[in-house]
Write a protein that binds this ligand. Structure first.
Ligand code: HEM
Length: 176
């Protein structure tokens, strides 16, 4: 079986685009949405947050599709089977939780009638999103996703700068 050194360029592009969008969404969500009054400034922020969140959902599905269709390098190892397994589980959870964030966000939007309020200027926002069950999940999953991302980024930096195994290069463009 032929092994390759890095992921396909399309998968690499999707990885970094999605990473950037998710980090921006978490930063925007934590600092400007959660715990803030539901005023007109929030409507403006949601007019960015909602389409970007839906784009992340579509890009994640495209990414999963591309991942199945393209060749992948051999699984990364740090020589400890338990830690290797944890790394693998974190990757699956990242897909699951990022998709669940988008789905719970769309749930809030549907229940609160946000498309009409945000994009057609039809009335104010509901006083509190906490009355909509998906909002509880959205807030909680945002913390879970932040924790998983911290582990994921920490592991990548450990590989790159402590083990010096060039793992980050597998998720960048270059010759096969
Ligand atoms: C991966 C995608 C997404 C991420 C990472 C994300 C992240 C966040 C974060 C961190 C918050 C603040 C939560 C809090 O502290 O309570 C938030 C709030 C919110 N998000 Fe998202 N979001 C995503 C997708 C979506 C989508 C697709 C929609 C709707 C179509 C949406 C609608 C909302 C709404 C309405 C709030 C306001 C909740 C409030 O103000 O209490 N989100 N989001």
């Amino acid at each position: 079986m032929t092994t390759i050194k890095r992921y396909s360029p399309l998968l690499v592009a999707l990885h970094w685009l999605i990473a950037l969008l998710i980090l921006a969404m978490l930063a925007l969500g934590f600092t400007r949405l959660g715990g803030r009054p539901n005023d007109s400034a929030k409507i403006q922020l949601l007019s960015l947050h909602m389409p970007i969140g839906i784009s992340i959902f579509v890009l994640m599905l495209a990414r999963i599709f591309v991942r199945f269709l393209t060749k992948k390098p051999a699984p990364a190892s740090i020589g400890n089977p338990l830690l290797d397994k944890i790394g693998e589980v974190v990757h699956y959870l990242l897909y699951l939780i990022a998709l669940s964030m988008s789905i719970s966000g769309m749930g809030i939007s549907a229940l609160a009638g946000l498309p009409a309020i945000v994009f057609e200027d039809k009335g104010p926002l509901p006083v509190d999103f906490a009355t909509f069950p998906p909002a509880i999940g959205h807030g909680f999953l945002a913390f879970v996703l932040s924790g998983l991302l911290t582990l994921h980024i920490g592991a990548a930096l450990y590989h790159q700068f402590i083990r010096h195994d060039g793992l980050l290069g597998r998720m960048w463009f270059g010759k096969e």
